[in-house]
Design a protein around this ligand. Structure first.
Ligand code: AMP
Length: 632
């Protein structure tokens, strides 16, 4: 077996040869003619001319060898239910769902938007879309009507699939009213809405538009829906993610490249084997849920656990109980979740038999050393940090223990994974930083490896402009993260270069939150910044200038207004975007040219030195914020 260094080098120096071999990890109906078409940079096409199907590779392909093995294990501590589907059972359910989609008029290339809680039908729907060549677009259930409406308008789905409600901490969260409101707000009108009724929350049906999944499923119990073979570059899904503007970007993913990249990552990075069980605690609304709840484990012939509930209910041992019960070998979570567990009784970490568990992978936000040490010690298992983005679909940096076991370094997500030609760039000169411990923008030389975003949905120009045009003098992909590299080639991530914040592993654009707050009738202007938080990594802090300042004249009135504004954010963006505080000021700190000094605000909130303020228009603006922060 080659060393990881050699293995990686080949993925860059002999890109075609390397990925041709990896492509054998999945089944192709028609072989591809060309491994990598990079004739039109930065756009890349992988495995051109090959036809395949994600659902075939995730489900059908395993029937010969493991039809009766567990495929999808659904556990809900919210509604106290568990359902286990073998590959054969999953195959049947996905075909039923596919038949329902077809009968609802969904065709190849059509978009199907999913606004669903963590229920098996969500996974069936994703796989069913892939089966018939429809493009799914999952919107996280925590988003509210305005966020949902903008995604409906961008994706233009023919069908929306939803459910009556989700549940969080025992509290029912109705989805249907938010969906109805979103469709009312949207310009694009989906022809049909397919409803999964869990019996949690009564809802109104729109005649002629709303369909009932249970009833339609009954009509298709014996459905046999063959997989539609699609060309490797056929989009499998879009997934919206935040950036610096208020308008989220639809990250578009291909089919063949994604399947190959995920299959490769399952062995190389996660070291998972067919027949084992994978448990990712993420949500299908995020990229980790797409790659490592649904597709990755199933492509690898592993069972996957889909968990609806909190990590601390009924108690902080629930995840480890599941590890014992289902003999989980690979587990994937986020640092925030571990920080939540840290507040629980540590004895819960050693209460269950974790002998099946090989490693715990953590990603989505910086992993601080105390948190990593605490969980490593508590579980007695290796912790593997890994760094990636919605855009890339699978880890950019990590440790490829499946290729060659290597130690992790505290605070570092690791080294570049195969195919990622990672560079550190000086953001002002565009020069490459090759020395150890130099801080630069983490950038990736094109072509991006298989599985990464193809483009921004319906907006090639935005793809080029946003990701490939920010470094002076060269076309290189920017991650918008700062990083350094040590003498051993391990990277350390130092935070975002843009206005994106990371709250409990969830990526949010400060502009989106500002737009939501600014829609309150009494808000004239607002600045939102991300502020370091011991539990969530970062929280959003808002500073608003009011049209009528008397509305917040006394502390009680200010608190009431703050509550009103938060409610507005909940209703438009969703509770994920709710700022920790909304404070009122008479003026915001800006440069003389009118640019908001977000970094200075952030520094003051974190009680750091705001740096050079020679360009500030009105120094008292920052003082007002400082006074509020000091007053607590
Ligand atoms: P998302 O697209 O929501 O997955 O967010 C991606 C962003 O989260 C990255 O650009 C980083 O800023 C941050 N991130 C993800 N994983 C890590 C990690 N392991 N360490 C530090 N930051 C991370």
């Amino acid at each position: 077996m080659p060393s990881y260094r050699e293995f990686y080098r080949r993925s860059i120096d002999d890109r075609e040869g390397f990925w041709r071999e990896q492509a054998a990890l999945i089944e192709w109906q028609q072989p591809f003619e060309r491994v990598c078409d990079y004739d039109r940079p930065p756009f890349v096409k992988w495995f051109v001319g090959g036809t395949t199907n994600l659902c075939h590779n995730a489900v059908d392909r395993h029937l010969a060898e493991r039809a009766q093995q567990n495929a999808l294990i659904w556990v809900s501590t919210e509604v106290e239910q568990e359902r286990v589907y073998s590959f054969a059972a999953l195959h049947a359910e996905v075909q039923r769902m596919a038949a329902v989609l077809l009968s609802a008029g969904v065709k190849q290339g059509d978009r199907v938007l999913l606004y669903m809680p963590m229920i098996p039908e969500a996974a069936f729907a994703m796989l069913a879309c892939a089966r018939i060549g429809a493009i799914h677009s999952v919107v996280f259930g925590g988003f509210a009507s305005v966020s949902l409406a903008s995604r409906i308008d961008d994706a233009q789905p023919v069908l929306v699939i939803s459910a009556d409600a989700g549940s969080r901490g025992g509290k029912v969260m109705a989805y249907k009213p938010l969906l109805d409101e979103a469709i009312r707000l949207a310009q694009h009108q989906p022809a049909k809405v397919l409803m999964v009724d869990r019996g949690l929350s009564a809802f109104e049906r729109v005649a002629g538009r709303d369909l009932d999944y249970a009833a339609m499923r009954e009509q298709h119990l014996d459905a046999q829906v063959p997989c539609t073979w699609v060309e490797s570059n056929h989009p499998s899904y879009t997934l919206y993610t935040s950036g610096t503007t208020g308008k989220p970007k639809g990250v578009q993913r291909d089919t063949g490249g994604y399947a190959v990249a995920l299959a490769a990552s399952m062995t190389q990075i996660f070291d998972g084997r067919p027949g084992e069980t994978y448990f990712s605690t993420s949500d299908i609304g995020w990229v980790v849920g797409h790659s490592y709840i649904v597709y990755g484990p199933l492509l690898a012939g592993m069972a996957t656990i889909m968990y609806e509930g909190l990590p601390i209910r009924p108690d902080g041992g629930i995840w480890w109980k599941l590890v014992e019960q289902y003999r989980v070998s690979v587990m994937f979570s986020a640092p925030t979740a571990v920080r939540v567990l840290k507040k629980q009784d540590p004895a819960l970490l050693s209460k269950y038999d974790l002998s099946s568990l090989k490693r715990l992978f953590l990603a989505g936000e910086p992993l601080d050393e105390p948190t990593a040490q605490w969980i490593a010690k508590g579980l007695g298992k290796p912790i593997v940090d890994n760094y990636w983005q919605t855009e890339t679909g699978w880890p950019i940096l990590g440790i490829a223990n499946g290729v060659e076991p290597a130690p992790s370094k505290w605070g570092s997500p690791g080294v570049p994974m195969v195919g990622y030609d990672v560079r550190l760039i000086d953001e002002t000169t565009g020069a490459e930083l090759t020395g150890a411990h130099q801080k630069g923008v983490v950038a990736i030389e094109g072509p991006l490896p298989p599985g990464c975003m193809q483009t921004v949905w319906r907006d090639d120009e935005r793809f080029v402009k946003t990701y490939w045009s920010t470094i002076p003098g060269r076309q290189i992909y920017s991650t918008f993260d700062w990083g350094i590299r040590d003498e051993d080639g391990y990277f350390f991530i130092l935070g975002r270069t843009d206005d994106v914040i990371n709250v409990a592993g969830h990526r949010l654009g400060t502009r989106e939150i500002e737009e939501s707050i600014a829609s309150h009738p009494n808000v004239a202007e607002v600045a939102v910044v991300g502020v370091a938080d011991p539990l969530k990594g970062q929280v959003a802090m808002a500073f608003a200038v009011l049209k009528d300042a008397s509305a917040a004249a006394d502390p009680t009135a200010a608190l009431k207004l703050e509550g009103e504004i938060m409610k507005r954010v909940d209703e438009t963006l969703g509770a994920v975007g709710r700022p920790a505080r909304v404070r009122f000021v008479s003026v915001l700190p800006k440069t003389r040219s009118g640019k908001l000094l977000r970094r200075a605000i952030q520094a003051v909130c974190e009680r750091r030195d705001p740096g050079d303020l020679t360009t500030i228009e009105d120094p008292s603006a920052l003082q007002q914020i400082r006074d509020l922060v000091n007053a607590g």
